[in-house]
Structures are given as structure tokens and as C-alpha cells.
Ligand binder design. Structure first.
Ligand SMILES: CCCCCCCCCCCC(=O)SCCNC(=O)CCNC(=O)[C@H](O)C(C)(C)COP(=O)(O)OP(=O)(O)OC[C@H]1O[C@@H](n2cnc3c(N)ncnc32)[C@H](O)[C@@H]1OP(=O)(O)O
Ligand SMILES: Cc1cc2nc3c(=O)[nH]c(=O)nc-3n(C[C@H](O)[C@H](O)[C@H](O)COP(=O)(O)OP(=O)(O)OC[C@H]3O[C@@H](n4cnc5c(N)ncnc54)[C@H](O)[C@@H]3O)c2cc1C
Length: 667
């Protein structure tokens, strides 16, 4: 079967891998990206970016100072949002940015991820008509400033205030304390001249909670901060270092009333407050990012899996049998066990990410028509997914990095940067432990609704089902039935953990604790239930994708899905065993099946990552390059280190040489 990545001059081991492929890599890639046309567009964009001299990098970003890297990124962003703007559709923009700029952020990242979405979904018609065309035309750059130095998670306690002044029909915005400074917002420090700023709305001395306001930060002509505004960059971070995450203090900054985002909550000129149809519609921009970051985080894991798999096919080290040749490290079972589950998880996350984006679009449609009833389900699901996926992805990338040995530790591999970017997601858009609790709140309601026989939304329908005994290992050799048996066991486990957590909570309340304190005593169990609910959703979503896939790729997807399920179950074995639903023999069976999966997938491993269709430029990894010619490329990469510009560094000349000289002369 064709793997369409084979080219003359490639590393022969990699070519051999591609020759053993049992499916059409283009078919799988087209399925992943939605259609053949989308796949072709993806390639076209990759090729055109590589050919555009405006995107050429004289030296890799890894060797640039932060200021120079920010400069290079801004220069390319201008090219994207002027020259290229009309050449790509909005949905193709993330790919264009990844290709042209990379993953560490760019001046308009928050403009796209949060500024435009919050204006789109929360500004009233008048404000939207005035500001959106300017924002969409990049006449202005905006960000989303919510988090403060002292509070990020607990939005109710944000300290920035917007106090309504009826006499002038303005809001007066203030940062009352040092820790009330906005701290962290991406692109706030240096790039943005506007921001949606989250403030406590105060009318007639009454605090009506966090609301969003459009605030101009800098002069449109000079880009200098406006009076009353203190703004800057918060300094270097683990990753995202081409993003100017910023600080902001506001001192009696006045904005017109109509710059409150008033599509849902409203303040009339006389100061009358009208609440929104759903109390949390002001939090809509966060739901937007949570719904979209799942897919982009799937892509980060996909990249790491591509690097680790390709490199493991070209790296030869050690022997499996005495006297045999040095083997490709991909032949070691431990290496397969480290990397193949990451390939499967990357596919699973990408599939789930696509489903949740669709669910987000449906929910938004409902809200536009005055119906917010899909929002609680979406909030629970996106909160769970962002937490599980960012954590799973971080661990997965780290496994991929370690699987590349010493070279994985080098920036040449691209893996340290991927890891840094991925784990940022564990924190931003809601710290994972906190967001899992949001999911758990919904599950606790679901448990009650199920007890009362009420109807349940699809994502929690399993709470209303009855468990039978686990059929894992008892259904014979039919793979379809085995998948169903495992899914049923996952459903049972998710249901049981939610019910157990609910009972533990109730027990503490009955024991005399207030609901909230009792909750804090069971949050580890609550979050466990949320994770398994989310992992069940991911497994179901992968299964739906498998069932709807064309026959040409069904077999390889089924192999991948088997590996995914077996790995998930072994990883969660404790939960499967705890209540006796599964027994030790069944876990042993799952492990045996997992090891068989590793062998089954081995001939297709390289081809499965080829189907991620990530160009060399986008992958930005010497180890993961498509042609597999890594050793020469490693040397060429290292030669660009600024330490190699001269043979004798000033640091050596000024300090080390005199030291050695002095020590020699003492003898
Ligand atoms: C583009 C990709 C590229 C990606 C590139 C992106 C670049 C990076 C961008 C990073 C940007 C950021 O980090 S921006 C900053 C993000 N910050 C956060 O995410 C802060 C996290 N904190 C929160 O969201 C909140 O404070 C909570 C949810 C934890 C608590 O809020 P709360 O107001 O106290 O509400 P709480 O009592 O818990 O809940 C009351 C009820 O509201 C519901 N509820 C709570 N939140 C929501 C919500 N968002 N939507 C609907 N419903 C909600 C609850 O389920 C509950 O329902 P019921 O039970 O009553 O029915
Ligand atoms: C890369 C990056 C980009 C960001 N971009 C933006 C941006 O563009 N705009 C913006 O406004 N913000 C941004 N942020 C800020 C981010 O949203 C917050 O840092 C995040 O929401 C976590 O809040 P916190 O920092 O207050 O953490 P904290 O809440 O202080 O968390 C510290 C610890 O306390 C625990 N904890 C807190 N509350 C609870 C609870 N109720 N139950 C149990 N445990 C709890 C947490 O789990 C965690 O272990 C960004 C952050 C990062 C890292």
C-alpha cells in the first residue's frame, strides 16, 4: 500500500518503514483533516510558506535572543496579516501561523484567540459595528486581560473595578492594589493597543460581579501608553517566549458606557442593570478557547510522536540477539510502549477536538437564538477535556523526548519547546484541578438526575444506564465486540466513580459538614470521576470516528483504537479492579492484548505519523525530519550556535585563559 512520503535520497531505514505500510497515508490524512481538498490546501500552504522569502529564517529561532525572536515573529506576522490575509480562509489561519511563525506565540495570538471571540459573542450590536471591522482589518490589536497578580482562578475576587458614573455615563476603571494588576495576558505587554478588560462592575456602590469592558491602552498613532495606563512585559517563561505576556495597571481610566460588552448583561444610561440569560455568558471567551485548544494540543502531541517515531526508525543502537546487527531502537518493546500510545492518543485528541468544536458551534447558535441550555454540558466537557488533554499531552511529549535519548534534550529535537508550550495549557484557561471540579459539579447533578429518572444529555447518558458484568476477554476473537465490551467497562467505571464520589460527599454532609467543606474533603475523588468521564468521552469519540471511516483506512484505525483502549484500561487498571468489576485475569488479558497491539502497529508506525501531514518546517525538528537524514543535519544545526561564531570566545580569552595562565605560572 502506498505511503506517499517516500523520496529518493531518504534514509534507507525510513524508506523501508514506509514500504511496509498497509494503508494509504493520504486517505488517513484526508480523513483527519476533513477532506482531500483540505489536505491539498494544507500542503499548498506549507509549500508556499517555504517558498516565500519573507518567511525565511537566516538562523533558527532557538539561537536568537528573546528580543530578536519577538522582532522576527512580528515581521512575519505583518506578512501574514497583510500579504497573506486574503489568500487563506479563517480556518486555515492556524496552520499558516504554525508554518510561518511557529508555536511560541505571535503578536496577534490573543487578538484571534480571545479579543475577537469576546467582542463577537459579548459586544452589543453598536459596539460590534464600530470595533469589529477595525479589529478584523487589523487596524488595532487587542488582547484579553482578566487574570491579576493576586487572582486568576477565583474570578469572583478579581479586584479591578469599573464603577459607573451616571453623571457622565462613563465607567471609571481602577487597579486598587499592587496584586490587582492584570498579570499574564498574552500580547498585553508590548503589542496590543486595546484590551477586553475583566472588572468588577460597580453601580451605586453595589458589586455586580466580573464583566468585560473594551479599553484602549495605547495611542493609535504613537503606541505610547495612554494617561492612567501602566503596561509592560512580565519577563521570560518556560516557553511562549515570543509572546509578550504582560502587566497592566489602570488609574482612573474613563471609558464611555457603551464600551461595556453588553450583548448579554446590560447597563442603561440611568444605571439600571439587566442580567444575562445565563449567569456565566461573560465567561464565554474562556469556553471558546477551551473548546478550540483541545485540537491544537492534539497537534502538539502529534508532532512529538512524529519526531520520536521517525527518529526511532533511523537510530540504531544495541542488539536484540547476539551476533545480529544493531537494531533500530523502534524494535525495542519498551520504545514501542513509550511511543505508540502517544500516536494513538494524538489521534484520539484530534478526533475529540473536532467533535467539541462542532458542539461549541451548536451551543453558540443556540445562545444567538436566546437558548443557553447546551452551555452547561459544553462547559463540563470542555473543562474536563482541557484538563485531561493538556496533562496527557504533557506526559506524552515528555515520554517522546526521553525516548530520543540525549538528542531529545537538545533544542534541535524541537521537543523541549513543544513540552513547554503544551504544559502551559495545564495552567491557562483555568488551572486543571479547578476545571476538573467544574466537570465534577455537573457530574454530581447528573447522578441526581439519573436517580430521579430525568433525561440526560448525551455526554452523561451513561449515568442512567445499569451495569452488567464486564465482558472483557470473554467475547471471543471478534474485535468489534471487544471494543464494545471495553467501552461498556469504561462506562461502568465512569458511572461508578461518579456515584462513589457523590456518596462520599453526601456522607460528609450527613456527618455535619457544610456542603462546601465536605466538597473540599472529596475533591481528589471528584476529579478522578471527571477524568474518567472525559476519557470515556474521548474513547467514544474515537469509536464514532472509526465507525464512520472509509473502508480503506478502517483496519489501521481499528488497530490504533485497540491499542488506545487497551492502553487506557491498563493505565486505569486500579479503577477497573477496585469494585471487582474486572478481575486480575482480565487485566492480564488487556496487557497481553496491548503487547500484541504494539507488534501489530510496528509496520505502520512511521506511516501513521506521516499521516499527521506535518511539514519539516512546521515540525521544526532535526530528529523528526521527513527524510530521516538526521546526523548531518544535527551538525549543521549546531554550527549555527552563536558560541561557534569564533573559535576563541571572549569569555575564554577574558577569564579562563588568564586563570589557566596564572595557575600555570604558580607551578
Ligand atoms: C484558540 C486556541 C489557541 C490557544 C492559544 C491560547 C493562548 C492562551 C490563552 C490563555 C488565556 C487565559 O488564560 S484567559 C484567563 C483564563 N482564566 C480562567 O480560566 C479562570 C478560571 N476560573 C473560572 O473559570 C471561574 O472562576 C470558575 C469557573 C473556576 C469559578 O467561577 P464562579 O463564578 O465562582 O462560578 P461557580 O460558582 O464555580 O459556578 C457557578 C455556575 O456557573 C457554571 N459555570 C462556571 N463557569 C462557566 C462557564 N465558563 N460557562 C458556563 N457555565 C459556567 C458552573 O458550572 C456553575 O453551574 P451550576 O453548578 O451552578 O449549575
Ligand atoms: C502561558 C500562560 C498564558 C496566559 N494567558 C493569559 C491571558 O491571555 N489572559 C489572562 O487573563 N490570563 C492568562 N493567563 C493566566 C491564567 O489563566 C491563570 O494563571 C490560570 O487561570 C490559573 O490561575 P492562577 O494563576 O490564579 O492559579 P492559582 O489559582 O493561584 O493556582 C495555584 C494552585 O492553587 C490551586 N487552586 C486554586 N484554586 C483552587 C480550588 N478552588 N480548588 C482546588 N485547588 C485550587 C490550583 O489547582 C493550583 O494548584 C495565562 C497563564 C499562562 C501560564
Amino acid at each position: 500500500m502506498p505511503n506517499r512520503c517516500i523520496r529518493p535520497g531518504d534514509n534507507p531505514d525510513l524508506t523501508k518503514e514506509r514500504e511496509t505500510c498497509t494503508f494509504d497515508t493520504d486517505e488517513l490524512a484526508a480523513n483527519l483533516y476533513g477532506s482531500r481538498r483540505n489536505l491539498e490546501r494544507r500542503r499548498e500552504i506549507s509549500q508556499k510558506v517555504s517558498a516565500d522569502p519573507d518567511f525565511a529564517d537566516p538562523i533558527p529561532h532557538e539561537f536568537l535572543s528573546r528580543e530578536k525572536a519577538v522582532d522576527a515573529t512580528a515581521k512575519k506576522s505583518k506578512v501574514i496579516f497583510q500579504k497573506w490575509k486574503n489568500l487563506v480562509k479563517p480556518e486555515e489561519m492556524p496552520h499558516l501561523v504554525n508554518e510561518a511563525v511557529g508555536i511560541q506565540g505571535f503578536p496577534l495570538a490573543l487578538h484571534h484567540a480571545m479579543f475577537l471571540p469576546s467582542l463577537n459573542s459579548q459586544a452589543d450590536d453598536d459596539l460590534a459595528a464600530e470595533i469589529l471591522p477595525r479589529a478584523k482589518a487589523y487596524e488595532i490589536i487587542g488582547t484579553y486581560a482578566q487574570t491579576e497578580m493576586g487572582h486568576g482562578t477565583n474570578l469572583r475576587e478579581l479586584e479591578t473595578t469599573a464603577t459607573y458614573d451616571k453623571t457622565t455615563q462613563e465607567f471609571v476603571i481602577n487597579t486598587p492594589t499592587r496584586k490587582a494588576m492584570k498579570w499574564w495576558p498574552g500580547n498585553l505587554g508590548k503589542m496590543s493597543n486595546y484590551a477586553v478588560v475583566c472588572c468588577q462592575l460597580i453601580i451605586d456602590g453595589k458589586n455586580l460581579g466580573p464583566h468585560n469592558f473594551l479599553v484602549q491602552l495605547r495611542c493609535e498613532k504613537t503606541h505610547e501608553p495612554l494617561p492612567g495606563i501602566t503596561v509592560g512585559d512580565i519577563g521570560p517563561k518556560i516557553a511562549y517566549n515570543t509572546t509578550d505576556n504582560g502587566f497592566l495597571a489602570l488609574d482612573n481610566v474613563r471609558i464611555p458606557r457603551r464600551q461595556m460588552l453588553m450583548k448579554h448583561a446590560k447597563v442603561s444610561p440611568d444605571g439600571t442593570y439587566t442580567p444575562p440569560i445565563h449567569a456565566k455568558l461573560n465567561y464565554g471567551a474562556m469556553v471558546h478557547v477551551r473548546a478550540h485548544m483541545i485540537y491544537s494540543h492534539g497537534h502538539l502531541l502529534a508532532r512529538a510522536a512524529a519526531v520520536a517515531t521517525r527518529y526511532s526508525a533511523v537510530r540504531r543502537q544495541g542488539r536484540i540477539e547476539n551476533g545480529g546487527p544493531e537494531v533500530q531502537i523502534l524494535d525495542y518493546q519498551t520504545q514501542q510502549h513509550r511511543i505508540f500510545p502517544q500516536i494513538a492518543r494524538a489521534y484520539a485528541i484530534l478526533f475529540a477536538g473536532q467533535e467539541v468544536r462542532d458542539q461549541y458551534a451548536k451551543t453558540l447558535e443556540g445562545i444567538a437564538n436566546g437558548q443557553a441550555d447546551l452551555l452547561p454540558d459544553l462547559h463540563a466537557l470542555t473543562s474536563g477535556l482541557k484538563s485531561v488533554v493538556t496533562f496527557m499531552g504533557g506526559l506524552g511529549i515528555e515520554q517522546c523526548r526521553m525516548s530520543c535519548g540525549g538528542h531529545g534534550y537538545s533544542d534541535a529535537s524541537g521537543l523541549p519547546k513543544l513540552y513547554g508550550v503544551q504544559i502551559g495549557g495545564c495552567t491557562y484557561e483555568g488551572e486543571n484541578m479547578v476545571m476538573l471540579q467544574q466537570t465534577a459539579r455537573y457530574l454530581m447533578k447528573g447522578v441526581k438526575w439519573a436517580e430521579q429518572g430525568k433525561s440526560l444529555s448525551p455526554s452523561i447518558a451513561y449515568l442512567g444506564k445499569k451495569s452488567g458484568k464486564s465482558l472483557i476477554g470473554l467475547k471471543g476473537g471478534d474485535i468489534t465486540r471487544e471494543h464494545e465490551a471495553i467501552l461498556e467497562t469504561l462506562e461502568h467505571t465512569a458511572r461508578r466513580l461518579a456515584i462513589d464520589a457523590s456518596q462520599l460527599w453526601e456522607k460528609r454532609i450527613k456527618g455535619g459538614e457544610c456542603k462546601e467543606r465536605a466538597w473540599n474533603g472529596v475533591t481528589v475523588e471528584m476529579n478522578r470521576a471527571s477524568r474518567v468521564y472525559t476519557r470515556l468521552f474521548m474513547a467514544r469519540s474515537f469509536h464514532r470516528r472509526l465507525l464512520s471511516s472509509p473502508s480503506s483506512i478502517r483496519s489501521v484505525l481499528s488497530d490504533l483504537f485497540s491499542l488506545y483502549l487497551h492502553y487506557e484500561c491498563v493505565d486505569m487498571a486500579q479503577h477497573l479492579l477496585e469494585d471487582g468489576h474486572c478481575n486480575g485475569g482480565q487485566i492480564q488479558y488487556l496487557k497481553k492484548r496491548l503487547y500484541e497491539d504494539l507488534t501489530t502497529l510496528r509496520p505502520n508506525a512511521v506511516s501513521l505519523v506521516d499521516s499527521f501531514e506535518i511539514s519539516d518546517r512546521e515540525l521544526n525538528s532535526v530528529l523528526g525530519r521527513r527524510d530521516g537524514n538526521v546526523y548531518e543535519a544535527l551538525f549543521q544545526w549546531a554550527k549555527q550556535s552563536e558560541l561557534n561564531y569564533t573559535d576563541v570566545l571572549p569569555a575564554v580569552k577574558n577569564y579562563m585563559m588568564p586563570m589557566m595562565e596564572e595557575n600555570r605560572s604558580k607551578l
